[in-house]
Design a protein around this ligand. Structure first.
Ligand SMILES: *Cc1c(COP(=O)(O)O)cnc(C)c1O
Length: 496
């Protein structure tokens, strides 16, 4: 098999092995690592159809992570996709109201981030070994709620790693906070900061570029790393489940050999939908990639006009994981439509940094025809939760509802009857209040456990243990600090 190496989208680094790219996260020039050549999938759908999730993951991830041995990759996959997931399929496909919901929320934190964050720690520690790194890896993350918990759950108890998560003390939901402060694992650390998310994020970035701090860490046998969604070790595992969805439809006779499907993805940072695009590039029969935004519709505008412009009002919505104005992973698509020109990509990203906007050339725009951009506002999102429930007795979360609502508009506009997979990115139990409100239920004065019981009665789906276990879990993390005390707090945790 051909060795796949990686380069920065901005040209500063080339010939990087997969394991080095995973260890490093972001390239030194600020670019994102992309494969220098797209690998080729040699197995047929007929061969892949028979595989279980883990074996399929091995086939797909093996195409990209060519410097991992078979044993190394298998071991990472087996440790990631095990009984942490509450069903054997890992990512089951549910048909409701004529569409196919790919449920990516059967992991520890009942959201799709688990699909990648349950394997990233194992890829990273394996990569460290392969590259002769003896230091313990210290993951630093600032979170506005969801990513922090998924990263904690992923790295908890993984030998050779520690994870430190900073969250704004008064800026996350009660459930999100409870999820984090009850996290188990001697290698996990959770800190509330007196400040907002941006300040936490800036504080973390400062530590990453603080040379004196890095030296102290190194002397103590540690090194920083990031579990950020731009890491190629998060992107590649996400390609697997698009194949899985297609093969499930083939197995069930929903589609015939070679039949094309559409994929519709609720999008924020553009990681999940980019994985679908990579799947299509590998040969998955996909017609349209439907990119669904909430009220923060910067991507919808981009696909419609060719101009990306983050200079606009920012809205807080019921789909908070999509409340994003800079979709970092879009840079990897820009690189593709710029025909692999690092110069052009760099120029556009520099413009984004300087003025907050950039415009692609008409030629680049013509290469975006695989994509369809749509958006759903708050009212449409709630209406979609209601409509799918009324038609199919199936309850979806607000992020998934954005995608489902956009798909409804897409069909009425295009009359395209292609069977469509909707990425279902969170369990409705993660956003119980918004969901119950959308279903017309009374929510005032009801705590999350009472609401969950009610939701269970409505949907006929048991309350997941991720919710029930919060009830009596002891609080294990009580540290609070000021923004300027973040480095001191980190050193304290590491005992150096
Ligand atoms: C992170 C997230 C998204 C957005 O995914 P991207 O890869 O950032 O586009 C959508 N829904 C949920 C529930 C998420 O947690």
């Amino acid at each position: 098999m051909k060795e796949i190496t990686y380069r920065s989208t901005r040209g500063g680094e080339t010939g990087i092995s997969a394991s080095a790219a995973i260890l490093q996260g972001l390239a030194g020039d600020g670019g994102l690592f992309v494969p220098e050549h797209m690998p080729a999938l040699e197995k047929s759908m007929d061969e892949l159809k028979r595989l279980d999730y883990r074996t399929l993951a091995f086939e797909i991830m093996g195409l990209f992570f060519t410097d991992f041995t078979d044993e190394e990759l298998k071991s990472c996959i087996e440790r990631a996709y095990d009984e942490k997931f509450d069903c054997e399929e890992i990512a089951p496909l549910a048909e409701a109201d004529g569409r196919f919901f790919l449920e990516l929320f059967h992991g520890k934190t009942i959201a799709f981030k688990d699909m990648a964050l349950s394997i990233l720690p194992h890829l990273m520690t394996t990569a460290a070994k392969k590259n002769g790194v003896k230091d313990e890896i210290v993951i630093l993350t600032a979170t506005s709620g969801d990513t922090g918990k998924a990263a904690l759950a992923g790295f908890s108890k993984v030998p050779g790693t520690r994870i430190i998560v900073f969250y704004p003390k008064d800026g996350v939901s009660a459930v999100q906070k409870q999820q984090m402060v009850t996290q188990e694992g001697e290698n996990t650390f959770v800190v509330g900061i007196n400040g907002n998310f941006d300040e936490a994020q800036t504080g973390v970035k400062k530590m990453f570029s603080d040379e004196a701090l890095k030296e102290k860490l190194s002397a103590g046998g540690f090194r920083f790393s990031s579990a950020n969604s731009i890491n190629i070790g998060r992107l590649v595992p996400q390609i697997v489940y698009y194949f899985w969805a297609y093969l499930t439809m083939l197995r069930n006779g929903v589609i015939g050999d070679g039949e094309k499907i559409n994929v519709c993805v609720p999008t924020g940072n553009f990681g999940n939908i980019l994985a679908a695009y990579y799947a299509k590039t590998l040969g998955l029969p996909v017609r349209k990639l439907i990119c669904a935004s909430n009220r923060n519709k910067v991507l919808y505008d981009f696909f419609g006009t060719g101009t990306y412009n983050k200079n606009r009002e920012f809205y807080l919505t019921s789909s908070p994981s999509m409340d994003i104005l800079v979709s970092s992973n879009l840079e990897r698509l820009i690189y593709v439509i710029a025909d692999g020109s690092a110069e052009e990509t760099k120029a556009l990203m520099t413009a984004l940094g300087k003025s907050g906007s950039y415009e692609v050339t008409p030629e680049m725009r013509s290469k975006l025809s695989d994509f369809y951009g749509g958006f759903a506002d708050e009212e449409e999102t709630a209406a979609e939760i209601r409509e799918v429930y009324e038609k199919a007795s199936y309850v979806i979360d607000p992020h998934t509802a954005v995608a489902s609502g956009v798909y409804r508009k897409y069909v009425s506009e295009t009359k395209d009857e292609t069977k469509t997979v909707i990425a279902s990115t969170a369990s409705p139990y993660k956003f119980t209040e918004s969901v119950m409100k959308a279903l017309g239920e009374e929510i005032t004065g009801q705590d999350v456990f009472a609401l969950s019981d009610r939701l269970s009665a409505l949907s006929n789906v048991p309350v997941p243990s991720a919710v029930t276990e919060l009830k009596d879990a002891p609080v294990r993390h009580k540290t609070i600090c000021e923004i300027d005390e973040m480095p001191k707090t980190v050193l304290g945790f590491l005992g150096i």
